[in-house]
Write a protein that binds this ligand. Structure first.
Ligand code: FMN
Length: 358
């Protein structure tokens, strides 16, 4: 039975509700990871095993969660990750997500595999949009797509670099995931007579493509799917202006590390030269606090807003962001860190390495 959206109190609770309410196929599409789902478990466990070190009696009457990314101020460090095929999740798909993101004032990264044209999304969007790019086989097509995304107002470009092939998506395959009649992917390059194609990954990008993309893009370029310090370094050398630490929500390479476990290495290597974002398993405000403590500028969430979208449409997307935002503010007050800049490793009780008590 569906409960009112206002009664959803947490993201884990919403996920449990979604498991009961969503169609089997849609739920399996959203919830599943690759292969044995070991990275899926690790993404979460990495957050759960780190205790916090709260400081008390600080002045936390006012909490400031603002961050700046690529020259724009965001009211809080939470963005909506790119998710393909949203009309397979909800009838209104991306239109509802755009409305929910707008109501919550959250920046949303639209996937190349959107089932709604970018221009229609941009028309209803009231919060900033970024565009996630899967390189398409034809360069001229990809260039036009990038310029189209820029023309409708996308403020940054995220090239997904962790998907030369889709991982072993056993659950999704078993559930026979498919797009319904009339649902198409308007920005995937048509091949032959085919228009709607399920697989957005049709070309294996290399560093040369990053150079090329940098040369044609007019907005900042971030690389999504970096898991090592050396690739972050190489990305910055290639002209990327942002790094997104991601294992694609554990949907590609199983036993890839939990993103939180590699975040410190990457943030240290980047050393403030570019924003470092992270996603994978973020379900609580305290998770965001921990990611920021390890050097993240902001976080992305994927599955949780899909569950909200599926059951409640735009209102569900909005609710998910608002819950997380409130929890982040609570976590900052309860740990005595009133502003994002006050969150550093001293908020973590790390068993190896010193904690910097004041
Ligand atoms: C259903 C689904 C579809 C996704 N589609 C895309 C996509 O089109 N492009 C992309 O770069 N990442 C895609 N991702 C990965 C997300 O952008 C993000 O990295 C991941 O969901 C974050 O982990 P979380 O779901 O645990 O928050 C998808 C994830 C899910 C769950």
């Amino acid at each position: 039975m569906e409960i009112d959206v206002s009664e959803i109190l947490s993201l884990p609770e919403l996920e449990e509700h979604a498991r009961r309410c969503m169609s089997h196929m849609a739920y399996e599409f959203v919830a599943s990871g690759a292969a044995d789902e070991i990275s899926l478990r690790w993404n979460r466990e990495a957050y759960d095993r780190i205790p916090l070190r709260p400081l008390v009696l600080r002045d936390v009457a006012t909490i400031d969660t603002r961050v700046s990314l690529f020259g724009r101020e965001h009211p809080f460090p939470i963005l909506l990750a790119p998710v393909a095929f949203q009309r397979a999740i909800h009838l209104e798909g991306e239109i509802a997500t755009a409305r929910g993101a707008g109501a919550a004032n959250a920046t949303w990264i639209v996937s190349t595999a959107t089932t709604t044209p970018l221009e229609d999304i941009a028309r209803v969007a009231t919060a900033p949009l970024w565009f996630q790019l899967y390189l398409q086989p034809d360069r001229a097509y990809t260039r036009d797509l990038v310029h189209h995304a820029e023309a409708v107002g996308c403020e940054a470009l995220c090239l997904t670099v962790d998907t030369p092939v889709l991982g072993a998506r056993n659950r999704q395959t078993r559930a026979k995931f498919a797009l319904g009649p009339g649902v198409t992917t308007p920005h995937l390059e048509p091949i032959g007579k085919e228009r709607a194609i399920m697989n957005p990954v049709r070309v294996v990008p290399t560093w040369k493509d990053v150079d090329w993309l940098r040369s044609i893009a007019r907005v900042p370029l971030a690389l999504k799917g970096i898991l090592t310090g050396e690739d972050a370094e190489r990305g910055l050398e290639a002209g990327a202006q942002g790094i997104i630490v991601s294992n694609h929500g554990a949907r590609n390479l199983d036993t890839a590390p939990a993103t939180l476990d590699v975040l410190p290495e990457i943030a240290e290597r980047v050393a403030g030269r570019a924003p470092v974002l992270v996603d994978g398993g973020i379900r609580r405000g305290t998770d965001i606090l921990k990611a920021i403590a390890f050097g993240a500028s902001a976080v992305l969430i994927g599955r949780p807003y899909c569950y909200g979208l599926s059951i409640y449409g735009a209102a569900g997307v909005q609710r998910v962001v608002e819950i997380l935002r409130q929890e982040l503010e609570m976590a900052m007050m309860l740990t005595g860190r009133p502003a994002i800049a006050d969150i550093d490793r001293s908020v973590l009780l790390l068993t190896s390495g010193p904690a910097h008590a004041e």
